[in-house]
Design a protein around this ligand. Sequence first.
Ligand code: SF4
Length: 217
Amino acid sequence: MIEEKLKNIYARLFDSFGPQHWWPGDTPFEVAVGAVLTQNTNWGNVEKAIANLKNANALCPVAMDRMSEPRLAKLIRPSGYYNVKTARLKALISFLIRDYQGNIQRMKKGKPQELRKKLLGINGIGQETADSILLYAVGVPYFVVDAYTKRMFSRHGILSADSEYEDFQELFHSNLARDAGLYNEYHALIVKTGKTFCRPRDPLCGDCPLSEKGLPI
Ligand code: SF4
């Protein structure tokens, strides 16, 4: 039943919105940097910070590793919390250089569970950021759970809103194929729906593809 419901939701969203072409980024490294920068801000601000890094020819692990913290903080300032994010990026990049010679593609070689554990051990990398890196930069199938996911799936009575991150993730892992392409698209479609219709207050159910007669399916 749950499996069918999750598949039905996906089909409706995909039919309505089409492919979302996530994650926006030219390289896996850019995706990983974006996953840190997007913490507590909107994507428009992340784009400005990424553009600054590109204009400074600094969007690569070696350049960012060598860069002073004040300089890096200045470049990523548009993304907000820039001192905190500078420390997080530095920690992530040190890890990437130390364990993978600065090459995200090398992360694919190890066991995904161990890689996830290592990412979660880095200062400031929580589950959503780790899974965003795993799914969108490395290409391993971990479902990314965010506030949109919790809001939408609780409003549809699938899990309660205060369920843990792991509960939501397990919902997708145990009811859908472990498929990075599917998880990539599904999460992107959830974000699209959350931004367009499933607002924190006054959701626009009547116009949303996940409703029938104005009520959530
Ligand atoms: S807006 Fe309504 S129908 Fe759409 S996802 Fe949110 S609760 Fe469901």
